[in-house]
Design a protein around this ligand. Structure first.
Ligand code: XMP
Length: 508
C-alpha cells in the first residue's frame, strides 16, 4: 500500500484515484501525520501531494523530515517536490514566470519513472516556485522551457520529484508515470481489486458483527444499496433493511427498490409506506428549510419506530464514502450552511447503535465497481443522485398531492427522453421542477391556465460546482412537447441555464 500525504492541493484525491485505478491500495493522510503512525502504516511508497503554499511561507506545511530516513521511496508532486528539495538541502525560488497549463517536457532520462516513454511528454503544470538547486544526490530527468528541473531523481535513495501534475487528465500519460513509481520503484503488486475487496470486507464484517443484528436504511441510491448487498453477502438474514416511502419519490421508485431487494437479492426488507404522514406534515409549508427539517425529523421518528419493532439491534449500516472520511487540510474556513442536507446523521447516537461503514475506504466510482462485482443492475449502479427530501424541494411552494403527481409524471418523461438520447450516465443530474406559477396557453380552441415546469440538467463532479448541460435542441424539444401533451396541468416548459455558483443545483 501507498501513503499519500496531503498538503492541501485541490486534486490530492485524484492522486489516490489514479493509484487505486492501478489496483494498488492507498490512503490519504494530512501532511503532519506523526512519523510513528507512518511507520505503523508501513507503506511501500510515500507520495507528497501538491498544495497552495510556498515552502518559504511562514506557516508552510512541513512533514516530519524523518520521512526521508525510512528507506521508503518518496515521490513529491509540485509542492511536494519543492518541500522535498527544501528539506533535503536544495534551493527553491519564486520563478519570474508562473507556469500554468499544458507544457511539452523533454525527457533527459527514460529510466524508471519514464520508462516506456520517448523523448517528450505532454504534462500539466501549475506552479509559481521552482527548483533552483536540487539537493545533493539528485539530478534532473526532465526539463521544460521554463523549468530546468521539471522532474528529478535520486535513484540511490529512491526519491523522485515532479513539478507537473501526473494525476490530472491533462497529463495524458500521467497514470503510466505513477504506475512506474508504484510498480518499478516501490515494487507494489496490482492486487487491490474489487473481488479482493469483497473478500476482505466480508471477512471483516463477519468478525466485527459476529452474531449481532444490523439495520440499514435504504434510500434507493447507489451507496446504501451497495452497502446493503455487501452486508447481506456477509451476514445474510442478520441484515434487516428498512425502506421508507415518504411519498416524495420518483415515479415507480418504491416498487423498483422493493422488487430488487426482496425478489432479486432476497434481503429482508421492511417497507414502510408513510406517504400520507409526510404529506400531511408538509401541508401549507413553503419554506425550503422547513420542508427539509420536517422530512428529516419525520424520517428519524419513523425509522426509530420501525427499528424498535425489530428487537435488539447492534449496528446501523451507513454508506459513508472515503471523501467524507479524509481529514481535510484545506486552508479555507468552514463554509456557510447553504442548505441543511437531510440524511441519517443523528440516528446512531440517538439509538445507541454502533456504526457499520463497510465502504468508508472507497471512492464513488469504486462503489459502482463494487456494485457491479456484487451483481447489481446498471440501473442502480448508475443512478443519478437524488436528494433526501426528494420531490418536495422540486415542488416549489406548497407540496400538494396534485402538484406532486404532475411533477412525478413530468420528471418521468425527462428521464425517459434523457435515457433514450443515451445521455443518462454522462449527466450528473437531470430532472423536472414544478413552479408555483400558472400561465396562459391555448389548447385546441380553448384557453388554458396551467403550471410551468422547469427542466434542470447539470454536469458536476462532486455537486459543489455545476454547469448546465447543453442538451441538444431535439432532446429539449421532445421533452417539452411530451410533457405539455401528456401531463395534464402543464402548458409551458422552460430550461434552466444557470451555473452553480451562483445558482444551486436544486431550486430549493
Ligand atoms: P445544491 O442544490 O445544494 O445540491 O446545489 C447539491 C447536491 O446535493 C443534493 N441535495 C441534497 N441531498 N438532501 C440530500 O440528500 C438535501 O437536502 C439536498 N439538497 C440538495 C442535490 O441533489 C445535488 O446533488
Amino acid at each position: 500500500k501507498i501513503l499519500i500525504l496531503d498538503f492541501g492541493s485541490q486534486v490530492t484525491q485524484l492522486i489516490a484515484r489514479r493509484v487505486r485505478e492501478q489496483s494498488v491500495y492507498c490512503e490519504i493522510h494530512p501532511y503532519n501525520i506523526s512519523l510513528a503512525r507512518i511507520k505503523e502504516y508501513a507503506p511501500k511508497g510515500i507520495i507528497l501531494s501538491g498544495g497552495p503554499s510556498s515552502v518559504y511561507d511562514k506557516d508552510a506545511p512541513h512533514s516530519d523530515a524523518g520521512v526521508f530516513d525510512l528507506g521508503i521511496p518518496v515521490l513529491g508532486i509540485c509542492y511536494g517536490m519543492q518541500l522535498m528539495t527544501h528539506q533535503l538541502g536544495g534551493r527553491v525560488e519564486r520563478s519570474h514566470k508562473r507556469e500554468y497549463g499544458r507544457a511539452m517536457m523533454d525527457l533527459d532520462d527514460t529510466g524508471d519513472l519514464f520508462s516506456g516513454f520517448a523523448a517528450k511528454a505532454e504534462v500539466w503544470m501549475s506552479h509559481g516556485d521552482r527548483i533552483e538547486e536540487m539537493p545533493k544526490g539528485f539530478h534532473a530527468i526532465a526539463h521544460t522551457e521554463h523549468c530546468p528541473a521539471a522532474a528529478m531523481k535520486d535513484e540511490k535513495r529512491r526519491f523522485y520529484g515532479v513539478q507537473f501534475h501526473p494525476e490530472v487528465v491533462h497529463t495524458p500519460r500521467g497514470e503510466e508515470m505513477l504506475g512506474n513509481f508504484l510498480f518499478t520503484v516501490c515494487g507494489c503488486q496490482p492486487t487491490w481489486t474489487m473481488a479482493s475487496f469483497i473478500e476482505s470486507a466480508v471477512a471483516e464484517i463477519r468478525a466485527k458483527v459476529g452474531s449481532g443484528k444490523v439495520i440499514c436504511a435504504l434510500s434507493g441510491g447507489v451507496d446504501s444499496s451497495v452497502v446493503a448487498v455487501l452486508i447481506h453477502r456477509a451476514l445474510g438474514d442478520q441484515l434487516q433493511c428498512i425502506f421508507v416511502n415518504n411519498g416524495l419519490l420518483r415515479k415507480g421508485e418504491a416498487e423498483r427498490v422493493v422488487n430488487l431487494f426482496r425478489s432479486h437479492f432476497r434481503i429482508n426488507l421492511d417497507y414502510v409506506d408513510a406517504a400520507d404522514r409526510f404529506l400531511d406534515r408538509l401541508a401549507g409549508v413553503t419554506d425550503p428549510e422547513k420542508k427539509r427539517k420536517i422530512i428529516g425529523n419525520e424520517f428519524i421518528f419513523l425509522f426509530e419506530e420501525e427499528a424498535a419493532k425489530l428487537g435488539a439491534v447492534d449496528y446501523l449500516a451507513q454508506g459513508t464514502l472515503y471523501p467524507d472520511v479524509i481529514e481535510s487540510v484545506s486552508t479555507k474556513g468552514p463554509s456557510a450552511v447553504i442548505k441543511s442536507h437531510h440524511n441519517v446523521g443523528g440516528l446512531p447516537e440517538k439509538m445507541n447503535l454502533k456504526l457499520l461503514e463497510p465502504v468508508r475506504e472507497l471512492f464513488k466510482d469504486e462503489v459502482r465497481l463494487l456494485g457491479k462485482e456484487l451483481g447489481m443492475p446498471d440501473e442502480v449502479i448508475w443512478r443519478q443522485p437524488f436528494p433526501g427530501p426528494g420531490l418536495a424541494i422540486r415542488c416549489i411552494g406548497e407540496v400538494t398531492r396534485e402538484r406532486l403527481d404532475i411533477l412525478r409524471e413530468a420528471d418521468a418523461i425527462v428521464l425517459d427522453e434523457i435515457r433514450k438520447a443515451g445521455l443518462y450516465r454522462e449527466i450528473w443530474q437531470s430532472f423536472a421542477v414544478i413552479l408555483p406559477v400558472r400561465t396562459v396557453g391555448v389548447m385546441g380552441d380553448a384557453r388554458t391556465y396551467d403550471y410551468t415546469v422547469a427542466l434542470r440538467a447539470v454536469n458536476s463532479t462532486d455537486g459543489m460546482t455545476a454547469d448546465w448541460v447543453k442538451l441538444p435542441y431535439e432532446v429539449l424539444g421532445a421533452i417539452s412537447s411530451r410533457i405539455i401533451n401528456e401531463v395534464k396541468g402543464v402548458n409551458r416548459v422552460v430550461y434552466d441555464i444557470s451555473q452553480k455558483p451562483p445558482a444551486t443545483i436544486e431550486w430549493e
